[in-house]
Design a protein around this ligand. Structure first.
Ligand code: PRE
Length: 283
């Protein structure tokens, strides 16, 4: 058969060579990680080392950035390699809790590939966790000024990159409402200068959802399309503004959100989902 794209065959051969190299490097890493596990066990050290894992991710993200590779890709590959290392050491991989070996759920999360793989079975103790609507009165103890400050700080952290590159400009002077239906919480945010602030004024468009579903969206365990399609998130008011905000969230450069916050959101969302599953099973 004639080659349709001249030069493609040797390029593909070279890619095969690089891919072989990647797999060889992964095998070498796995051996070293097993050795690290044996040395730690011999010294009576605890198996999992969160701080070390964070450093591994940070180094990879920095090097990837320098080499023009998406930091999330490097970090995602390492999340899988660390997950394998943890399983080889008989430890539970934190970023892959409850997942079958190699199911790649965490890499999907880190690399923004949305999956709807089934959540891990609920721990029996989770049934004791009350649903968000029962926690609502406790949250309302927080004065509105504290809620406002916490939300503004969280938005500033998560949205730092779109704020800096102008992606958020569409929000200038527009007011978007966020309503957490089961907690009875509602805020209206507006872009003032370079800051999203909570204002006391009517919203032009509002996104409404339960605490768990909003957390699943923020923690990247569910994508906006699915949540809106299943009407677990509801958009009211100015549809154009709401959809632009939704698309911006979907394209949010997740790798620019600080790693610690990403992990916290991911863990929080998994916990909320598991607790909701356990509560529903009990009901
Ligand atoms: O450095 C270690 O202690 C290892 O066991 C290796 C490794 C890794 O794969 O990088 C695996 C698990 C630990 O939580 C931290 C790091």
């Amino acid at each position: 058969m004639r080659e349709r794209a001249p030069g493609l065959t040797p390029v593909r051969l070279a890619i095969d060579g690089v891919d072989d190299g990647l797999v060889l490097l992964l095998a070498a890493r796995a051996r070293l990680a097993r050795l690290a596990g044996r040395l730690k066990a011999g010294a009576g050290m605890q198996g999992r080392d969160d701080a070390r894992e964070q450093r591994v991710h940070q180094r990879a993200e920095t090097l990837a950035g320098v080499l023009g590779v998406a930091p999330a890709t490097a970090s995602g590959v390492l999340a899988l390699a660390i997950g394998d290392a943890c399983r080889a050491q008989g430890l539970q991989s934190d970023l892959d809790q409850g997942a079958a070996p190699g199911d790649g759920r965490m890499i999907a999360t880190i690399m923004h590939i949305h999956t709807d793989s089934a959540p891990a079975p609920a721990h029996p103790l989770l049934r004791l966790v009350p649903p968000p609507r029962r926690i609502a009165p406790l949250l309302r103890i927080l004065p509105p000024s504290t809620q406002k400050r916490l939300l503004e700080r969280a938005m500033a952290k998560v949205l730092a990159a779109p704020m800096a590159d102008g992606t958020l400009d569409f929000m200038a002077g527009r007011r978007l409402g966020i309503e957490v239906s089961d907690l009875g919480l509602r805020w209206v945010v507006e872009l003032q200068g370079q800051q999203l602030v909570v204002v006391d004024a009517p919203a032009e468009a509002t996104v409404r959802g339960t605490a768990t579903d909003l957390l699943l969206l923020a923690g990247r365990l569910e994508d906006a399309d699915t949540l809106f399609f299943q009407r677990r998130l509801v958009l009211t008011g100015d549809v154009e503004l709401g959809l632009t905000a939704r698309n911006m969230l979907d394209r949010l450069p997740w790798e620019t959100v600080p790693l610690g916050l990403r992990i916290a959101l991911n863990r929080g969302a998994r916990f909320a989902r598991a607790a909701r599953g356990a509560y529903r099973a009990k009901a």
